[in-house]
Design a protein around this ligand. Structure first.
Ligand SMILES: [Zn+2]
Length: 255
């Protein structure tokens, strides 16, 4: 039922920044109502854990670990995580006003160029986001929509891929904000082009349709994360969602 309740408005909120002061969180309830495992899971099994809510520092939190850094509703970045190589998205030939890690710029530029050449030009509507901004975003939606709905729709501070400086929200250049409609990936040139080709340039859609139990969030056809071409190609071939893939890549962990 929660899937039904996840309205259009709610599902856009991982990406939508706000400017409201924040507080901290702990001991959060799980709106998916899936019990977490109490006992360690054998590493060999590597079964993807159900979505749970905690504030554990993700195991691969170094700046050089960016391709494999797992962020979900359980694992988070430290509040001090601020990449040193942030540059304007203008460096990739896109609109400015947003920051992205320099490591992603060559592939981002290539992707933007190919999309434009295919008649599907892109624009950036969000990229790097600070811990503080994400906190403001989350708590705005808690106040607006209630805590449980906000958990399904908005990353808590530290848990957002935007803090990596490698997640970008796109729209069609000149078009409306993509969260005005779910069909961006199906019914627009830019959305369709991205769904088909982003992986070729190292970008993956983090929260695809119908996968909320695995991704822990609602469908976000506009949100892509850069993981590099090799990882993205492997993920595409595996047909796994990003969280499943990254879970398999983590060092020894218990669940
Ligand atoms: Zn986003």
């Amino acid at each position: 039922m929660w899937q039904v309740a996840l309205s259009l408005t709610l599902a856009v909120l991982i990406c939508f920044p706000a400017a409201i002061a924040s507080t901290s969180t702990s001991s959060l309830p799980n709106p998916l109502a899936v019990p977490t495992l109490a006992a360690p899971v054998p590493t060999a099994a590597r079964a993807l854990p159900a979505c749970s809510y905690a504030d554990e520092t993700t195991p691969l939190a170094g700046y050089d670990d960016w391709a494999l850094t797992l962020l979900d509703t359980r694992y988070a970045l430290p509040s001090s995580y601020v990449p040193a190589d942030l540059v304007s998205t203008k460096a990739a030939g896109l609109n400015g006003g947003y920051l992205v890690r320099a490591v992603a710029v060559p592939d981002l530029a290539a992707m933007a160029g190919s999309a434009a050449a295919a008649g599907a030009p892109l624009a950036v509507i969000s990229a790097y986001r600070t811990y503080r901004t994400q906190s403001a975003t989350f708590w705005k939606w808690v106040r607006t929509l209630g805590f449980n709905y906000a958990l399904l729709s908005s990353a808590r501070p530290g848990h957002s891929e935007h803090q990596l400086g490698l997640a970008i929200d796109f729209k069609s250049r000149g078009g409306p904000l993509p969260w005005a409609y779910y069909s961006w990936a199906r019914d627009t040139k830019a959305g369709k082009w991205m769904a088909a080709h982003a992986w070729e340039y190292g970008f993956v859609m983090s929260y695809p349709a119908g996968k909320t139990k695995k991704t822990c969030y609602g469908f976000e056809p506009w949100h892509y994360r850069y993981v590099g071409r090799d990882e993205a190609a492997a993920i595409h071939a595996s047909r796994l969602v990003l969280r499943e893939w990254l879970w398999l890549k983590q060092p020894q962990m218990i669940s």
